[in-house]
Write a protein of this length. Structure first.
Length: 267
């Protein structure tokens, strides 16, 4: 029977550690600016969750909500303002942006030292994409040795796919091409295609990390068909309750790390 990797439980420990450190700052609090363009239901939900968790861990969040028809120049001006605001420690641009905006151009306009998502091509080494950190945490939770093991990543974004493959390779895993996914010991899926991964597409005892989410009839569904694979897989991240809570926890861990380095706070 498959073992569930409980993202909420792992995330709770991380957030408790963040909150404890911030408490010891004696009233000083890191600051996170969140830019939300448009009114996508899922994006608004994710932002509200981040604001809620910010309160819990002790990070001040400030939402800059812009209309759907915001021009690229207007958004760049907001980014520039936040880059130059000394009271802002970290900046998060909620993705996806409306189609009329060049996401790469907007991300590249960020001050790399304030980019809490780690998307800027020149982001510092101490800031890792929260999603990639979440993958790492899930693999660590299995307590397994990945030497001589293989992995495969399903993805839509080339940038994410290459980054995820790099993280898996650093774990000692050999990354397989997509046409060999059924031979992978670890399968990461970030397609956003509900229940596309079934028992026919995986090998026995595979570790399944489900990043893709889709809302269907009011319910959030992952890429992996849990009921279909649960007798064949060894570990799985549930949707919801898997990668999602972890990405938020690691987001605030990045905010804290940026703040500590800015203030010269040692461990």
């Amino acid at each position: 029977m498959v073992e569930i990797i409980d993202g909420r439980k792992i995330a709770s420990k991380i957030k408790d550690e963040i909150a404890a450190q911030i408490y010891n700052f004696k009233g000083l609090r890191p600051s996170l600016a969140i830019i939300l363009v448009g009114s996508r239901e899922d994006s608004e939900l994710y932002v509200s969750l981040k604001e809620k968790e910010g309160v819990r861990v002790g990070v001040d969040t400030h939402l800059y909500k812009l209309p759907e028809n915001t021009s690229e120049q207007e958004l760049l001006e907001v980014v520039d303002f936040l880059n130059n605001d000394a009271s802002v420690d970290g900046i998060l641009i909620q993705l996806p942006l409306p189609e009329n905006l060049d996401t790469d151009k907007i991300i590249s306009a960020l001050d790399p030292k304030k980019d809490v998502d780690g998307f800027h091509p020149e982001h510092p080494d101490y800031v890792l994409s929260p999603v990639l950190s979440a993958i790492n945490a899930c693999l660590d939770e299995t307590k397994l040795n990945f030497t001589n093991k293989t992995a495969c990543v399903f993805y839509n974004s080339e940038v994410f796919g290459l980054a995820a493959q790099t993280i898996l390779a650093k774990k000692g895993l050999t990354v397989l091409p997509l046409d060999q996914a059924d031979k992978a010991d670890v399968l990461v899926s970030a397609l956003g295609s509900p229940k596309v991964v079934t028992k026919e597409t995986i090998k026995d005892k595979v570790i399944l990390i489900d990043i893709g989410t889709t809302k269907v009839d009011g319910h959030v569904i992952g890429d992996i068909d849990f009921e279909d694979v649960k007798e064949k897989a060894s570990f799985i991240t549930p949707v919801p309750g898997g990668i999602g809570p972890l990405t938020i926890a690691f987001l605030f861990k990045n905010v804290l790390e940026i703040y500590k380095r800015k203030k010269g706070i040692k461990e």
